[in-house]
Structure formats: structure tokens, C-alpha cells
Design a protein around this ligand. Structure first.
Ligand SMILES: Cc1cc2nc3c(=O)[nH]c(=O)nc-3n(C[C@H](O)[C@H](O)[C@H](O)COP(=O)(O)OP(=O)(O)OC[C@H]3O[C@@H](n4cnc5c(N)ncnc54)[C@H](O)[C@@H]3O)c2cc1C
Length: 287
């Protein structure tokens, strides 16, 4: 049976199509077109009405808000995110390493979140930074932590009458920052593993410590239990705490494929960051 497709011209129209037809939003199409591909020259069949939202001006833009958040609208691409100097460092790092150039200009942050793949690159630094997602339906809006919006592998809390409109990232200064994506090659590599970490150290005290692991479980992992072992402690105590911290992180992750490799590599990256925290000559970006 033929399925109807739509190209709404306004967000309002798109929300009505979501409510009335439950039309599937297609932003860059780089996940949908691959997931539903039928073969060369044959249009993919999604099985439901599709609406192409890529023209919606209301879903574009990156700006610093007055309330301490950086707002990235849902249609912004990895290329625009990577080149924006108001987007926090960890998110720019992840955006700059997504796919190859063509993909970085086609894919969107809304699609990366909507797809909710455990290997998706943007949720990992966003969850590190306590980013929130805003979703809209006709006449209403919901806002929640991205960590709560993504429920598991390919599962989100998005209702079938809602559209992701933006991501809000709290602005925060860190004294130490770390990001690694481990893929098979430089371009077009889906993450085998990724890790972000960040800390605020003042007068020898770890005021804030956080980390997030990507591709190490059904969704991005932050272990509040492990983080609390280091937060508010003295830097000089790190050698005594490190083993317990690494063990707690290892319990939190649940890599499916190549678990030993993923566990060992995660531990090594975390130890590298902890060592850098103890070296007073190292601040800023930890390489
Ligand atoms: C060759 C190749 C390389 C890739 N490399 C990477 C990589 O390195 N890192 C990575 O993370 N991903 C990668 N991907 C996956 C993909 O490009 C990303 O997940 C991308 O961000 C998806 O965005 P999109 O706009 O194309 O999503 P779409 O395909 O348009 O949509 C994806 C899903 O999100 C939903 N959706 C989209 N926008 C919205 C919205 N505003 N509101 C609600 N739901 C929405 C759609 O309905 C669909 O379910 C790669 C894909 C390909 C084909």
C-alpha cells in the first residue's frame, strides 16, 4: 500500500502531522535511509508516513541563552556544531569526528539523539555535561535530561506526537578536559569506544569530577557512584582511591562485543586522566 510522505513548511504544520498521522521525522536521513534501504534505485519503504523536516527554519540555530545554557536546535549538523566556538569543547570534539565530511554536513543532532544508537557520538559528551533535550507537541513542550530521554539501545522517551526541537547544554568551566573516540579508522568509523572526562580542581580539591562512556553498554554510561568517590576529595588522595574508582566504573559498563578490550581500554583512559590530574603542570585539554 502506498504511504504518504510530507514536506511541512513550518514547525506547527510538522507537529500537526505528528499528531494526526504520526509521521516519522526525516532530518538528514543518514540513519533512516540506511536502515530502510531496499537496493540501488529503489526508494526506501519506511512503512509509515514520513515527513521531511530538513527545511524547518525553527529547528536551526546555535545560541548562548541568558539562563546559562547553550542551545543547539535539532537540525544543526556535526559540521556546524564542530565549528561553533560557543558549543562546549567535548561536544565539538565528538561532532568533528563523526563520519566523513559529507555525513558531517548532512546528519543532525536531533537525528543522532532520535536514533539513540549506543554508538552514536553526540549523546556521550552531552550526557557528561548534563545536557537536556526539549521535545514539542501541538500546544506543549517537555524538557528533560538527555540521560533520562535515552532509555536504552535505540529506545527513547519520544512520543509519537512529538518532535525533538533542541538540546540545552549548561555552560560550565572545567580545569581538566579529556575526549577520545576509538574507531577503526579516521573517517567514517563508527565508535568502538569513546570516553569523555572532566574535572574542576581548585586549591588541591577535586570540586567536580565526571566521566561518560560511549559504546560500552546499551546507552551512554555515567557512574554517579564512581564519580562520588573522587568528588570533594583532595588530589593527593587519588592514588588511594584510583583502584576503587576503576573497579566501580568497570562494574557500571557492560560492553557486549569485545568486552575485555573495551574494559581494559576504558580503565587505561581513566587512569591516564587521573594521572594528569595529579600533575600540577597539566591543565586544560589532556592529550
Ligand atoms: C556512512 C555513515 C557513517 C556514520 N558515521 C557516524 C559516526 O561516526 N557517528 C555517529 O554518531 N553516527 C554516524 N552515523 C549515523 C548517523 O549519521 C547519525 O546518527 C546522524 O546523526 C543521524 O542524523 P540524521 O539527521 O541523518 O537522522 P535521520 O536518519 O533523519 O533520523 C534518525 C532517527 O531520528 C529521528 N529524528 C530525526 N530528527 C528528529 C527530530 N527532530 N525529532 C524527533 N525525531 C527525529 C528519525 O525519525 C529517525 O528515527 C553514520 C551513518 C552513515 C550512513
Amino acid at each position: 500500500m502506498a504511504v504518504r510522505n510530507y514536506i511541512p513548511e513550518t514547525l506547527e504544520e510538522a507537529l500537526e502531522l505528528r499528531r494526526d498521522e504520526h509521521a516519522i521525522p526525516l532530518a538528514g536521513g543518514t540513519d533512516i535511509m540506511v536502515q530502510h534501504r531496499e537496493g540501488i534505485g529503489i526508494a526506501p519503504d519506511v512503512g509509515k508516513p514520513v515527513m521531511i523536516i530538513s527545511n524547518l527554519a525553527e529547528l536551526k540555530g546555535i545560541r548562548r541563552r541568558d539562563d546559562g545554557f547553550v542551545e543547539i536546535r535539532a537540525l544543526e549538523t556535526p559540521a556546524s556544531i564542530a565549528s561553533s566556538d560557543i558549543v562546549p569543547w567535548h561536544v565539538r570534539q565528538a561532532a568533528a569526528r563523526m563520519g566523513a565530511i559529507a555525513l558531517r554536513n548532512m546528519a543532525t543532532i536531533g537525528g543522532n539523539i532520535g536514533n539513540a544508537s549506543p554508538k552514536g557520538d553526540l549523546p556521550q559528551p552531552l550526557i557528561l555535561l548534563d545536557a537536556e533535550v526539549v521535545v514539542a507537541s501541538v500546544g506543549s513542550e517537555r524538557r528533560m535530561l538527555l540521560d533520562e530521554f535515552i532509555l536504552g539501545s535505540k529506545k527513547t522517551a519520544l512520543r509519537d506526537d512529538e518532535i525533538i526541537t533542541s538540546v540545552l547544554i549548561p555552560e560550565k568551566e572545567f580545569t581538566h578536559l579529556f575526549y577520545r573516540k576509538i574507531g577503526t579508522r579516521r573517517a567514517n568509523a563508527i565508535s568502538k569506544l569513546s570516553l569523555s572526562a572532566a574535572a574542576v580542581i581548585r586549591d588541591g580539591i577535586i570540586e567536580d569530577f565526571r566521566a561518560s562512556s560511549g559504546a560500552a553498554g546499551p546507552k551512554v554510561i555515567r557512574s554517579r557512584e564512581a564519580e562520588s568517590l573522587l568528588t570533594k576529595r583532595q588530589v593527593s588522595e587519588i592514588p588511594d582511591i584510583a583502584d576503587d574508582f576503576i573497579a566501580a566504573w568497570d562494574r557500571a559498563i557492560s560492553p557486549h562485543a569485545m568486552p575485555r578490550y573495551r574494559r581494559n581500554t576504558t580503565s587505561r583512559m581513566l587512569l591516564h586522566f587521573l594521572e594528569a590530574l595529579q600533575d600540577e603542570t597539566l591543565t586544560g585539554i589532556i592529550g
